[in-house]
Design a protein around this ligand. Structure first.
Ligand code: ZN
Length: 154
């Protein structure tokens, strides 16, 4: 097997290019249907709920807030580059806008993971200019009322 093969990088096409461009800028994009009003992820040209056409479905920037639906701590994955990254936490999260998303939880010990815990999107640069949305514990500005006054945002 070639030592350069990687299984963690997207292949952007004309349709998904806006998603990956936004990710490189630290923004998570969703698709929202103008007919039924529902958001979905992963991005599809047609609304998966009411089948409205692509002229009715538009990109929008997600809040980045989510809660943890379920997860699995991966201890072995022979596909590069995951083998160098174990253990890691593969997860399914519920975005605040409604869609459920497969992702990874970072910066959290496995013992601290809880169903329903609040998460915030962050981005990992998987390759030069290619950023992948992952989630870390906590929620940002919208939950600032619960933060200690001395808490420093990084
Ligand atoms: Zn729809």
């Amino acid at each position: 097997m070639s030592g350069t093969a990687r299984y963690d990088l997207p292949e952007a096409d004309d349709f998904t290019r806006p998603y990956w461009d936004a990710a490189a800028e630290g923004r998570l994009l969703l698709r929202r249907c103008g007919d039924c009003g529902r958001a979905h992820h992963y991005p599809r040209e047609f609304c998966p709920y009411c089948w409205a056409g692509e002229d009715r479905v538009t990109w929008e920037t997600a809040s980045g807030r989510a809660t943890l639906y379920t997860w699995s701590v991966i201890h072995r994955n022979d596909l590069p580059p995951f083998g160098t990254r174990v253990p890691y936490t593969a997860a399914v999260v519920d975005l605040a806008e409604g869609p459920r998303m497969m992702t990874e939880v970072v910066a959290c010990e496995a013992a601290d993971l809880r169903i329903g815990m609040p998460l915030t999107v962050t981005f990992r640069e998987a390759a030069d200019g290619v950023c992948v949305a992952v989630f870390r514990p906590g929620q940002g500005q919208s939950s600032s009322r619960t933060q200690e006054p001395s808490a420093v945002r990084r």
